[in-house]
Write a protein that binds this ligand. Structure first.
Ligand SMILES: Cc1ncc(COP(=O)(O)O)c(C=O)c1O
Length: 373
């Protein structure tokens, strides 16, 4: 199966370990196991207890405790509605492979994580983009969506909160979107890995799987829970999709790691403490970023409503890839070029890394931008 190279992952693989100031990071500053234990009110006895843990495949579909804790993130789900996967990336890949057939029609809301258009394209589906526009605050134009929907549309795929813009469809927005899609009978896949990072409220935007009987939600431990190293995600889906995902999952997952299951359960059982840390960091860091943007004549942005990333628009006439490479070589600051999202004139910034990294990175960027004044 041929597939287009995954531009954003190639960019990260090439440069993430070579930068001084990582402003391309998409996770809330990752936790150590020690910090996780502390936030969960545990201590090193919990680590000692792990020496007894048998390194079998573990519970094939994920432990009951883990799936109960995941189900607790949804309004209507129970353990049986959840399939545990290798990260959100594994969840997304499984859903696309399970839902989409060659020749079928898919609408991908872009810009987005490339899985949501390049995997269905590689399967041989016809993928129609619905481009978000800056003038609409990076939210989908539902009349345009309506015009793209066809009787044979099988799937609409989006990220909410959106990567790379940080825009959020709230309950009313999601319900309006579902009202347009439901008459066609299409499934909606909503990648919700950034759920739990909302700026204005401590309650997350609703999950697609709670709102629509053909709604599929994917998510994981990496972003809001700051535990990407667990490589643990999940799918919440209706029974027909769960069965198809499970068939594919048997071929490429078997189970997730026993240790990943253990620590993800602990983290989700302490989710309020983890999310509070993430809210505090993303909110104070976004305030710093907003103040910086306000003082930079060549940079503007639509303030993100959630997530850990957003797009910075620049007014220089330079391709985003060349600009991002030049910034990296001259300052050590790593951003992500808009070209990694098939978008020009923008750089994506990750603002949820440790505050000191953000501050020193922005100061170095200011120095870089001065000659353009
Ligand atoms: C929208 C989106 N989905 C999925 C992923 C992959 O997440 P995970 O680390 O949970 O596999 C990412 C990572 O950047 C992402 O931005």
């Amino acid at each position: 199966m041929k597939i287009r190279p995954f531009a954003v992952e190639e960019w990260m693989n090439a440069y993430e370990t070579k930068c001084v100031h990582n402003l391309a990071e998409t996770c809330v500053a990752s936790l150590t196991i020690g910090e996780l234990l502390q936030l969960a009110g545990r201590n090193s006895d919990d680590l000692s207890a792990l020496t007894e843990l048998k390194m079998t495949y573990g519970a094939i579909e994920g432990s009951d405790a883990l799936r109960d804790a995941i189900a607790g993130l949804y309004e209507t789900k129970t353990r049986d509605d959840i399939l545990v996967t290798h990260g959100t990336i594994g969840a997304n890949a499984l859903v696309h492979k399970a839902v989409v057939e060659r020749g079928e029609h898919v609408i991908a809301v872009l810009p987005s994580y490339q899985q949501h258009y390049s995997i269905p394209e590689s399967i041989g589906a016809e993928v129609t983009p619905l481009w978000l526009k800056e003038e609409n605050a990076w939210l989908p134009d539902l009349d345009e969506l309506q015009s793209l929907l066809r009787p044979d549309t099988k799937l609409v795929a989006l990220t909410n909160p959106n990567n790379p813009t940080g825009s959020v469809l709230d309950r009313a927005g999601l319900e309006a979107l579902i009202a347009r899609v439901a008459p066609t009978g299409a499934y909606i896949l909503c990648d919700e890995v950034y759920r739990g990072t909302e700026q204005a409220t401590d309650s997350s935007a609703p999950a697609m799987a709670d709102l629509y009987d053909k709604g599929i939600s994917t998510a994981g431990m990496s972003k809001a829970f700051a535990l990407a190293g667990l490589r643990l995600g999940w799918v919440a889906a209706p029974p027909d999709i769960r069965a198809q995902v499970m068939s594919h999952r048997d071929y490429d997952t078997i189970s997730v790691g026993v240790l990943d299951d253990h620590f993800a359960t602990l983290a989700l059982q302490s989710k309020d403490a983890l999310l509070k840390r993430s809210h505090d960091l993303t909110r104070s860091n976004l305030a710093i970023l907003s103040d910086w943007v306000a003082t930079e004549p060549h940079i503007s942005f639509v303030k993100p409503q959630a997530a850990t990333i957003c797009l910075l628009k620049y007014d220089m006439d330079i391709p985003s890839h060349d600009l991002a490479v030049d910034i990296l070589e001259n300052t050590g600051v790593l951003l992500t070029p808009g070209s990694a999202f098939d978008l020009e004139g923008y750089l994506r910034i990750g603002f949820a890394n440790h505050t000191e990294i953000l501050k020193t990175g922005l100061a170095a960027l200011s120095d870089y931008l001065r000659p353009y004044d």
